[in-house]
Design a protein around this ligand. Structure first.
Ligand SMILES: *Cc1c(COP(=O)(O)O)cnc(C)c1O
Length: 463
């Protein structure tokens, strides 16, 4: 489609409508290394390639929409977290970000542990051979059946989230004639998100037991008296997509304060502290995440300093990155179906997926980048909103982004950093079939989660 086919024409910076975006990039064909996995490049024809395979070929073979996950990048990120924290700490990958059997095997091979938060995630982990002792079980309302399965399997820890659960897990463990290793998840009154954090005395949320009002201390008291439980530590998770370490600083200060109180009251020094996940990644060029080694250094220093001040031996630290490992490793490939320019506003670009494969924009107002993938273009940038095919006007994939002014139906576009919380939160809204996840490595592409079929949908419909 030529430029003149767009009555609105490309939008220039001085006439742009209000929105959450920076000025158009100088080169729309360039791939910012911040948001694209290392092995994603353009070939000599300008076609996007991942692990040496071009996206036109991938689209032909696997269809669109589809998630393409760079296995080497995943392994490298997992390894860099593992190495950054060393042997005196544990890294638990948060399975809810994206879980499949292949991913479980990679994590196992790279020496990471795994967080699960449902029977389904536990079953996936165990079926792919993750040793149970390397699994932590989370959740604010685990069913008794889920708890029983976790205890029977011998998971390394259950993270207790409520007073009821303390009793429930203790009871089940005793019934099964075992002692379950547990942590207590507390809320320390820190809510962290991206560049800010809020520290309050109270915590208004469903997760965890509040430190405020002595509730966490009471939970510890109870857990210590129950034969079915071996209390190994305190857990705190303060938010998501965090760049600023100061929220962790306040959280660590408060958790260590509790450890000191526990020592003073019970004469026990709990051996572990879990600081949760939530480390941010770059979705757009405006985001500047820290490297795992910087994060490891900062967190270790904070905990050590706080423990020295409280005259406690430094406990073993664990962290639970999900997004920071898998998020940057995948992009979603879509085919453009329609292009609708709206004069003075923006151009709506409809793709063959949407909120069913990426709910984050609709749910959290998340920001993403996007690039023309099947070719390069020298056309002027036009301000676009990339939308899906669902019956919902909030069905937005990328709210504001610049794409070349000659974008046309049939073009492939790619949205980077969709490895976390996209396939794992995917739905069948409008009976749209959930896309496959294709792992790419050394010039080979392999389906690790296949595309859903109408047969899959109808199999569940037994009415
Ligand atoms: C969601 C969650 C994580 C992972 O969060 P990311 O933002 O993916 O790093 C870690 N720990 C707990 C307890 C969580 O709920």
């Amino acid at each position: 489609m030529s430029r003149s086919a767009h009555p609105a024409g490309p939008r220039h910076a001085d006439v742009l409508p209000e929105g959450h975006y920076s000025a158009p990039p100088t080169d729309l064909n360039a791939l910012d290394a911040k948001v694209w996995a290392e092995t994603v490049t353009r070939d000599t024809d300008g076609v996007l390639t991942v692990g040496g395979i071009d996206v036109k070929r991938l689209a032909e073979e696997f269809g669109t929409p589809a998630y393409f996950l760079d296995e080497d990048d995943f392994r490298a990120r997992a390894r860099s977290w593992r190495t950054a924290f060393g042997d005196d700490a544990d890294v638990f990958y948060a399975g809810k970000a994206f879980l499949s059997r292949a991913v479980v095997r990679w994590l196992h091979e790279e020496g990471l542990n795994l967080d699960v938060c449902s029977g389904g995630e536990l079953a996936t982990a165990l079926s792919a051979g993750m040793p149970a002792e390397r699994i932590a079980f989370h959740g604010n309302n685990k069913s008794t059946d889920e708890i029983r399965r976790a205890v029977e399997a011998g998971v390394g820890r259950i993270v207790l989230d409520s007073f009821q659960e303390i009793v429930r897990v203790a009871h089940i463990a005793q019934e099964l004639g075992t002692r379950q290793r547990v942590q207590i998840r507390i809320t320390v009154g820190v809510e962290a998100h991206t560049h800010e954090f809020i520290a309050t005395a109270h915590e208004d949320q469903k997760f965890g037991i509040p430190l405020a009002g002595g509730q966490a201390a009471e939970a510890v008291r109870r857990a210590l008296t129950l034969d079915g439980l071996e209390l190994i530590g305190i857990h705190s998770h303060i938010g998501s997509q965090i760049f600023d370490m100061s929220g962790f600083e306040v959280a660590a200060h408060r958790v260590v304060g509790l450890l000191r109180d526990i020592r003073d009251e019970h004469g026990v020094e709990l051996p572990e502290i879990d600081l949760g996940g939530g480390l941010g990644i770059a979705y757009t060029s405006d985001d500047d995440p820290r490297e795992p080694h910087e994060i490891a250094k900062a967190l270790t220093e904070i905990v050590t300093r706080e423990c020295d001040a409280a005259r406690l031996a430094t406990p073993r630290i664990s962290v639970e990155p999900g997004r920071a490992i898998v998020g940057p490793t995948a992009f979603t490939l879509y085919e453009v179906g329609t292009v609708k320019p709206l004069d003075g506003l923006r151009t709506y670009v409809s793709v063959d997926g949407g909120m069913s494969d990426n709910i984050r924009t609709a749910l959290y107002d998340a920001e993403y980048s996007v690039a023309l993938a099947s070719r390069v273009s020298e056309a002027e940038p036009m301000l676009c909103r990339v939308v899906g095919k669902h019956c919902e006007s909030g069905d937005i994939v990328v709210k504001d982004a610049f794409l070349p002014g000659d974008l046309a139906p049939g073009d492939l576009i790619a949205v980077p950093a969709t490895g976390a919380y996209c396939r794992s939160m995917a739905s069948n809204y409008n009976h749209v079939l959930r896309p496959p996840v294709v792992a790419v490595r050394d010039g080979e592409a392999r389906v690790i989660i296949r595309r859903e079929t109408e047969e899959d949908l109808l199999r569940l419909d037994v009415g």
